[in-house]
Design a protein around this ligand. Structure first.
Ligand SMILES: Nc1ncnc2c1ncn2[C@@H]1O[C@H](COP(=O)(O)OP(=O)(O)O)[C@@H](O)[C@H]1O
Ligand SMILES: CC(=O)N[C@@H](CCC(=O)OP(=O)(O)O)C(=O)O
Length: 295
């Protein structure tokens, strides 16, 4: 290593100190989206970022998705994926596969990746420790042609109605890093499939998290010109939805950010999960990595 390289490395490490102090004992919820997964090297980088947060005294909580992976399994089983209002129409057979893919294979893959770093991750879903309860989602959409609002029947898609902090608080005081799949029971005894962004927002809100990070497949919220917007207030975010700059899957994501802030989360960041170590760059460097949405 040359003298200048070691100087740069030393500078980066010392710059991280104030951020490590700022986030000590603070809760950071990281939503790891299905689109950000898949590349083994990036997966290892993500796991080592989460491990480093825990080692630095932060309380990281991972909530993961797996939409594309559920889609691939449904295709394998000859079942067609159907979405309405951005949510998967989930019948009885589909919810079994959703639970198998999310709470089974993907959850354990992430746990294994974190554990390979030497840290201790534990895989959970909303069912564990009565952590999350859901009820059938009440979602309406407005037909763009007729302008008539209609209630969607999405089957076993759930809205989070209760979060019990007991288990998460217990884990925060331990060596364990919770990795949570967005599946939860209803008081009616059914299992519900919950959009991972919504689930992460509800968890972060219930914990009054200091930060909620959404790892997706774009650098953050982009302007009409395609440039990264570094910071947005809730009012500015709403304006970008209204003028069509924010569209598609970014709309529910930004709406979840706004709800999480209203619920008490101090700041929400949308960032690129396809950039190695984006979590560390966001938390421990001055300039951050994505779009910060603040009250
Ligand atoms: N203004 C915008 N800035 C960034 N992405 C946007 C914007 N408007 C729409 N998008 C779309 O939103 C997508 C991210 O949402 P989504 O696919 O639901 O993410 P994920 O699967 O990671 O939860 C981006 O890949 C992009 O195509
Ligand atoms: C109701 C609903 O749509 N649930 C999602 C849950 C997974 C998810 O949200 O994963 P990503 O974050 O990777 O998109 C689904 O079935 O695809």
């Amino acid at each position: 290593m040359s003298a200048s390289e070691s100087e740069i490395q030393a500078r980066l490490l010392t710059q991280a100190l104030p951020y490590m102090q700022r986030y000590e004992n603070k809760t950071i919820v990281v939503k790891y989206g299905g689109h950000a997964m898949g590349n083994p090297e990036l997966g290892r980088a993500f796991a080592s970022d989460i491990a480093l947060l825990k080692q630095s005294g932060v309380n990281p909580i991972v909530v993961h998705g797996g939409g594309p992976q559920i889609g691939a399994m449904l295709t394998k089983m000859g079942i067609e994926s159907k979405f309405e209002g951005g949510l998967r129409v989930t019948d009885e057979k589909t919810v079994e596969i959703v639970e198998m893919v999310l709470a089974g294979s993907i959850n354990k893959e992430i746990v294994a990746l974190i554990n390979q770093t030497g840290e201790w991750a534990i895989g959970l879903c909303g069912k564990d420790g009565n952590m999350v309860f859901a009820e059938k989602a009440k979602k309406t959409i407005r037909d763009p042609d007729s302008n008539i609002e209609r209630v969607l029947d999405l089957g076993f898609v759930g809205d989070v109605v209760e979060v019990d902090r007991t288990l998460i608080d217990l884990l925060a005081r331990s060596e364990m890093i919770p990795v949570i799949a967005p599946v939860a029971p209803g008081r009616d005894g059914h299992t519900y499939n919950i959009n991972a962004d919504t689930f992460a927002g509800a968890i972060a809100g219930a914990l009054n998290a200091t930060r909620l990070l959404f790892l997706t497949d774009v650098p953050g919220v982009l302007s009409k010109q395609g440039e990264l917007i570094k910071e947005l207030s809730v009012a500015q975010a709403r304006a970008l939805i209204a003028d069509g700059t924010i569209s598609g899957g970014m709309i529910p994501k930004v709406e979840t950010c706004i709800d999480a802030i209203k619920a008490g989360v101090q700041g929400v960041v949308i960032l690129n999960g396809k950039t190695a170590h984006s979590v560390l760059l966001e938390i421990f460097t001055e300039h951050g990595a994505g779009t910060l949405i603040v009250p």
